[in-house]
Design a protein around this ligand. Structure first.
Ligand SMILES: Cc1cc2nc3c(=O)[nH]c(=O)nc-3n(C[C@H](O)[C@H](O)[C@H](O)COP(=O)(O)O)c2cc1C
Length: 213
């Protein structure tokens, strides 16, 4: 499919059909991931494809209480809700049915192959992620090209030690995300809801708009 169309319609898929995904399609998506850029081309990312039902259940059992904690914070007002109506129900459905998604892909990272050049600034470090998430996006776009739905989540990183036990991930490797993958139960959107270009592009000076709104 056209690349731009894939980008504009690759939503967070939270409803899946139960049919298995052919291994060849999973591998095709993973093959796209390996072409992503990384700092000094060190390629720190690897993937654990989780198809085993018991392991998917174990990952669900780790994910659910973390999500429940987030839900409680929304319900109590501790975190402000700025979502479209129904959003939380979709995310909640996704959490409850996580173990039924046929494929989960845990994104692993070799920290010794990553340099966080911004680590000494007085703010959160983000630059290390630049060697990880391009591969994730490649994977998800390739899946979209094959008609497969994906959702990117990072909540399981909270339970990284337990996730590592479930999947035998070695000590020097971390987890950066978990991607669900399967046949979508709902059609892809015609177009995602995103900010207009004018709200995020500036010329020469932050705040000086380049594009018209
Ligand atoms: C870092 C990150 C973490 C996310 N975590 C979750 C999650 O825990 N549960 C979930 O259902 N979606 C999760 N998402 C998906 C986002 O909610 C989704 O990308 C966003 O709402 C836009 O959705 P759309 O592409 O369908 O428009 C996550 C996305 C990102 C990038």
């Amino acid at each position: 499919m056209d690349l731009t169309e894939a980008m504009r319609t690759m939503n967070a898929c939270r409803y899946y059909r139960s049919e298995p995904v052919p291994d060849a399609l999973v591998l095709e998506a993973l093959d796209a991931a390996r072409w992503a850029p990384s700092g000094s081309n060190k390629q720190p990312v690897s993937f654990v494809v989780v198809k085993d039902a018991g392991k998917r259940r174990a990952l669900h059992d780790l994910y659910q209480p973390i999500w429940d904690g987030v839900m409680q914070k929304y319900a109590s007002g501790e975190i402000a809700q700025a979502f479209k109506p129904g959003f939380l129900q979709h995310v909640d459905h996704f959490a409850k049915h996580l173990a039924e998604v046929p494929v989960m892909i845990v994104v692993c990272v070799a920290f010794k192959l990553i340099t966080a050049v911004d680590a000494n600034l007085a703010r959160q470090t983000v630059s290390g992620g630049a060697s990880i998430y391009p591969a994730v996006q490649n994977l998800m776009l390739a899946a979209r090209n094959a008609g497969l739905g994906t959702a990117l989540t990072t909540l399981l990183c909270v339970a990284e030690p337990e996730v590592k036990k479930v999947l035998d991930i070695p000590g020097d490797i971390g987890t950066a995300a978990m991607i669900t993958l399967g046949w979508p139960a709902k059609p892809f959107p015609r177009e995602l809801h995103r900010k207009p270009l004018a709200d995020l592009v500036y010329l020469d000076r932050y705040g000086a708009r380049l594009a018209r709104g």
